[in-house]
Design a protein. Structure first.
Lengths: 284, 102
């Protein structure tokens, strides 16, 4: 199969056992998830709005972080809130600029949140927040060896992706666009290539989405899930936007599984030509 | 906190000759309790403290039973190890807690 084909069901086997039974589950590290929307918990106008947004979109995975404890006990209240949700927690290593910092942060996160899942970020550049792919692979290898289930925030680079998988990653999370930009899928060609190159690997588009249509597009391309934060948290009505993204993710997924039609350059009438009133072949 | 002090800088005052070796290549001396202080970086801020283990430092700062995780000089220190984690002058201590994230 060519890596450049874009027929959603061109031999890619449905990876989820749930799909065969009609449940269409998203399976990652042996965990079956119903929701394909992973949601960040930062930047909401209030804890109440965050609570409502999570409830509205029915996400099953939320990203969290750890930060220096300025006000003693402040982290506990957030942790208690997280525990009140029926979700899995995916701690991140946001802001880390070296494998060493990322590894230490992951170890601290594992103790704080009591999970071996980690969204691994090793940042290379402040302006783009682009992943440092070399550091990412190094950290992923060490963390996998220490028993972590690593969710690497990466790019569409296929070579890095292969090394991440060799390092033990069972899921890849390429960026749609730089974090917080809301630009959507800036390189759909590369994402499509990645999807087709790794037909059986869970792929999550992480970061850069600004509108539900971006999420739908990612899902139509065959990505297994999307992860976003700012587009919901900074919406005028975050709760409603969370619901909108959930709908878009569901629509995009349904479209992919259904099989999108092939696009074509020339028009083709959808209404039968035969029997058209006043039709005169000689007039063509 | 016991009375073993780990000394690594010239501005610390020794009450007696070094008698023990701590972690790293720091000079260690037994002193009267409370006479020595350490200059630390705690979450990026300079602090002069009278605590010589991570566990004692956390207690003195009021962290008690709060949900935190720690690292010293960039190395993770698990909760059960804090009480026995000796601190030295110039150590960088990170104390972190759960927070919202994307």
């Amino acid at each position: 199969m060519s890596a450049f084909e874009n027929t959603p069901q061109d031999g890619r086997e449905l990876q989820d056992a749930g799909e065969l039974s009609g449940k269409d589950l998203f399976s990652v590290y042996g965990v079956d998830l119903t929701s394909r929307l992973l949601l960040g918990t930062a930047q909401y106008p209030s804890p109440s709005v965050l609570n409502s947004a999570i409830e509205a979109c029915e996400t099953e995975v939320v990203t969290v972080s750890l930060r220096r404890e300025a006000a003693r006990g402040g982290g506990q209240s957030f942790f208690d809130m997280v525990r009140s949700w029926d979700v899995r927690v995916l701690p991140n290593t946001a802001g880390c600029r070296s494998p060493k910092d990322a590894i230490t942060t992951a170890l601290m996160a594992r103790e704080l949140f009591d999970t071996d899942w980690v969204k691994l970020e090793v940042i290379a550049n402040d302006d783009t927040l682009q992943p440092d792919l070399f550091g990412l692979v190094e950290a992923a290898k060490e963390l996998s060896a220490q028993g972590f289930k690593v969710f690497p925030y990466t790019t569409e680079d296929l070579g890095a992706a292969e090394r991440l998988m060799a390092a033990g990653c069972e899921v890849l999370m390429p960026w749609g666009a730089p974090i917080g930009t809301g630009k959507g899928l800036t390189n759909p060609y590369a994402l499509r290539t990645m999807r087709n190159y790794f037909p059986g690997v869970p792929l999550v588009v992480d970061a850069g989405m600004g509108a539900p249509s971006h999420a739908a597009y990612a899902m139509e391309l065959g990505f297994d899930a999307v992860l976003l934060n700012t587009a919901v948290a900074k919406a005028g009505d975050p709760v409603r936007m969370a619901r909108a993204f959930a709908g878009a993710v569901g629509a995009g997924r349904a479209a992919f599984v259904s099989g999108l039609m092939e696009s074509r350059d020339m028009a083709a009438p959808s209404t039968p030509v035969a029997g058209t009133p006043f039709f005169d072949l000689d007039a063509l | 906190m016991n009375d073993t002090r780990i000394i690594s800088s010239a501005n610390a005052t020794l009450d007696s000759a070094p008698s023990q070796v701590g972690h790293g290549d720091e000079e260690v001396a037994e002193t009267a309790a409370g006479k020595l202080t350490l200059e630390l970086q705690v979450n990026g801020e300079a602090r002069t403290v009278n605590c010589h283990t991570l566990g004692a430092l956390l207690a003195s700062l009021g962290y008690g039973e709060t949900r935190i995780a720690t690292a010293v000089n960039g190395v993770f220190v698990a909760a059960p190890e804090r009480a026995s984690c000796n601190l030295s002058n110039g150590d960088r201590v990170e104390i972190v807690a759960p927070r919202q994230g994307g």
